[in-house]
Design a protein around this ligand. Structure first.
Ligand SMILES: [Zn+2]
Length: 270
C-alpha cells in the first residue's frame, strides 16, 4: 500500500493554496440535510445529462442525516431534468411520504428500502434502466477488468440472478437484492439494470453508477468487435481499485459534474 501521509487519496495535492474540492463538514443537521438534498437533485440532473431516463423508472435515494430511517428521493413521474429542491420527497421504510407533495415510485421504494434497512451503513443508492447496463445485465456476467476504469469494480460488484426480470413491486421482492449488497458498491440485477450504493455520499453512488454504465457499454463494444481483450492482472486490478475505485474518488469525480450543474442549471435550487 502506498504511503499517503495525511491524505485520503493520491489525488489530493501536497502543495498548499491550490483550488481543490474539500470534503464538507457540518455542525448542524439543517446544513447537512440541505447539502444532501442539493447533491441528490444534482445527481438526478446528471442522470438526465447521461440519458438515463426511461419513463418513470429510475430512483435515487439518500438518508436524512438526522432521521436516518427516512430517506430523500426523487418524485414519481417527474423527469430527472425536472427534479429540484422543492419537489424532493422524504419517505419512510413503509413507503409513506413524510414530506413533499408527490407520490413515491413503488418499485423504487421496495428495492431501496430493503437495501437501506438491511445495511444501516449505506447512505445513498442509485438505480435506473439504462441502455447498456440493462443490456449487459441480460448476460448475467460481471464487469471484467479490461480497462483501468473497469478495475474500480473489480471484486467490488455482484450479479443478482434471483427474481431476475420480475418487476419488484412487492414488499419482499427487494430482500435478495438487499442481501447482495454486503460490502460491495454495485450490483447488476440480471435482466433488469444497475444499482449502486454508497457508505459515503449520494455523489459517490451517482458517479459509480455513471461509471458502471460506461463499463457496460465498453464490455458490449468489445464483445461486438469480436476481438479478445487482454485483462488487467488481478493484483494490478486490486491495486487500481484501491486508488481509483474508492468512495472518495467517486465523490471527487462528481465534483466536476456538480460544478458544471451549479453554473448551468440554477433552477436545481428552486
Ligand atoms: Zn428498476
Amino acid at each position: 500500500m502506498l504511503d499517503l501521509g495525511n491524505r485520503v487519496s493520491i489525488y489530493q495535492p501536497e502543495q498548499e493554496g491550490l483550488i481543490y474540492p474539500e470534503l464538507p463538514e457540518f455542525d448542524n443537521f439543517e446544513d447537512e440535510r440541505r447539502h444532501r438534498k442539493e447533491r441528490l437533485v444534482a445527481a438526478c440532473r446528471a442522470f438526465d445529462q447521461q440519458g438515463f431516463d426511461y419513463g418513470f423508472a429510475g430512483h435515487l435515494t439518500v438518508r436524512d442525516p438526522e432521521r436516518p430511517e427516512l430517506y430523500w428521493t426523487n418524485p414519481m413521474c417527474v423527469h430527472f431534468a425536472k427534479v429540484k429542491m422543492s419537489n424532493l420527497i422524504l419517505v419512510d421504510h413503509k413507503g409513506t411520504v413524510i414530506e413533499g407533495n408527490h407520490a413515491v415510485n413503488r418499485a423504487g421504494f421496495v428495492l431501496h428500502a430493503n437495501v437501506h434497512e438491511e445495511h444501516p451503513d449505506i447512505i445513498a443508492m442509485c438505480h435506473a434502466h439504462t441502455v447498456y447496463g440493462t443490456a449487459w445485465a441480460a448476460t448475467g456476467l460481471p464487469i471484467e477488468p479490461i480497462t483501468q476504469d473497469a478495475c474500480a469494480f473489480f471484486e467490488d460488484h455482484v450479479i443478482i440472478g434471483d427474481e431476475a426480470g420480475a418487476v419488484a413491486v412487492e414488499n419482499h421482492a427487494g430482500s435478495n437484492v438487499a442481501k447482495a449488497f454486503k460490502g460491495v458498491k454495485a450490483a447488476i440485477h440480471q435482466n433488469h439494470g444497475l444499482l449502486t450504493a454508497s457508505r459515503h455520499s449520494i455523489e459517490a453512488a451517482a458517479f459509480w453508477f455513471i461509471a458502471l454504465e460506461r463499463c457496460c457499454q465498453q464490455q458490449l463494444d468489445i464483445a461486438a468487435s469480436g476481438i479478445q481483450p487482454t485483462y488487467v492482472k488481478p493484483d494490478r486490478a486490486r491495486y487500481s481499485r484501491e486508488h481509483v475505485g474508492s468512495e472518495y474518488i467517486g465523490w471527487l469525480h462528481f465534483q466536476t459534474i456538480w460544478g458544471q450543474l451549479v453554473e448551468d442549471q440554477p433552477d436545481m435550487f428552486d
